[in-house]
Design a protein around this ligand. Structure first.
Ligand SMILES: Cc1ncc(COP(=O)(O)O)c(C=O)c1O
Length: 378
């Protein structure tokens, strides 16, 4: 093992895109001087419009975080019984289903991109199924055509909705959606500070259906349609003017951040792509939210955890993501569907997210690649 000097400061897996204070300050000053701090004020409206312009397809409503967007999305379809969902996702996806009194039913993922397998979904659809909820992973879209087909064949009684957690998907070049099928019946986005594009806390729901879009907008504001007219169940899903103003400034810097990350990701790829037992899972080259590798446990049993510790010993903080699987969370692990998820279980033992953010020095990427190289050469 070659010895490498330990980095003087920890390098974390990501750092929020924080524009210079000189560009944030005037926006925040304008918010506070306006006296309007929330309730879908001018910054909220403007940001919603700007994000809409990057979409390509669908109608976008801005929400105050991805989790409320998930709850808002699921609550505005006539769902009951079971929702077939991926275990390879962040807990919020599955918790939103359970919070609404629906039963999560786990299906396995595909080995090549770790998104929900239409074949496995088909096996788990029953008469009780009212929706399928897939998560786009590391910039890889789910098999949207395959899932739509399974849903359409699923039940004669009522439509099975096809919904997506696209929390990470806004971190790509415009357009975000190349066709409406990629949206399904609806897709949520997260604009949390750890995401490539962020509003500190924030989210959105996108749908191709104009009526459904109106329902989401109403649900975002307690179900209020007019001063004296409340239509039904709703949440407080509104984004504040402070968050919308920060999000507007961050949006101005997004393309520059994307370019920097693309350059760093290319540098990683160049160094790591030919290493035996290491596979790069970073999507289609237009998406740079994450730099994820997979360490083949058949070639190196326990290898991912050994590599992670090696990096940590050198002050490089990588992340097991998604880990643990949602089907291993205490409240879900006794569900019958929590078993037999072989592909997802292996992926959860093998995936490792490496540091990637615009300000990451190229020399640190080289340093991390040296550590991975040494690990693989042992
Ligand atoms: C896949 C996925 N879904 C949902 C969420 C929840 O989004 P938020 O943190 O904006 O509530 C996250 C957050 O990290 C996520 O990664």
């Amino acid at each position: 093992m070659t010895s490498h000097p330990v980095l003087p400061e920890p390098i974390y897996v990501t750092r929020p895109l924080i524009p210079a204070w000189a560009s944030i300050e005037p926006a925040l000053r304008a918010v506070f001087e306006s006296g309007t701090l929330t309730n879908m004020g001018p910054w909220h409206q403007r940001l919603e419009q700007q994000l809409q312009e990057r979409l390509g397809h669908g109608h976008l409503s801005l929400w105050n975080n991805g989790t409320n967007a998930l709850l808002g999305m699921l609550s505005q379809f006539d769902l009951s019984g079971e929702v077939v969902v991926t275990p390879f996702t962040f807990p919020a996806t599955v918790h939103a289903i359970a919070t609404l009194g629906l039963t999560p039913v786990f299906a396995d993922v595909r080995d090549d991109d770790l998104t929900l397998s239409a074949e496995s979904v088909k096996e788990r659809v029953t008469e009780q199924t009212s929706a399928v909820l897939g998560t786009h992973v590391y910039g890889n879209f789910c098999d949207t055509v395959g899932l739509a087909k399974v849903a359409s064949e699923g039940s004669r009684e009522r439509p099975i909705r096809v919904l997506y957690d696209g929390a990470h998907i806004f971190g790509r070049k415009a357009p975000v959606f190349e066709d409406a099928t990629e949206i399904g019946d609806a897709t949520i986005l997260s604009f949390h500070a750890t995401k490539l594009y962020h509003t500190v806390e924030g989210g959105a729901i996108v749908t191709p259906d104009a009526d459904q879009h109106r329902r989401f907008r109403t649900a975002r504001n307690f179900g209020i349609l007019g001063e004296e007219h409340n239509t039904g169940v709703g949440l407080n899903g509104k984004m504040s003017e402070v968050h919308a103003a920060v999000g507007t400034v961050v949006l101005d810097h997004l393309d520059q951040e994307l370019q920097r990350r693309a350059d760093l990701a290319a540098r990683y790829t160049e160094r790591l792509r030919d290493i035996e037992g290491i596979r790069i899972l970073s999507g289609d080259g237009t998406f740079h939210q994450y730099m994820t590798i997979r360490v083949d446990g058949r070639i190196r049993p326990g290898g991912r955890d050994v590599l992670r510790q090696r990096l940590l010993d050198h002050n490089v903080v990588s992340r097991k993501y998604f880990f643990p699987l949602c089907s291993d969370i205490d409240v879900y692990r006794d569900l019958p569907s929590a078993r037999g998820l072989d592909v997802a279980e292996r992926a959860a033992q093998e995936c490792l997210v490496l540091p990637l953010y615009g300000d990451l020095p190229a020399s640190v990427v080289d340093y991390i690649c040296d550590l991975v190289d040494d690990f693989a050469g042992e």
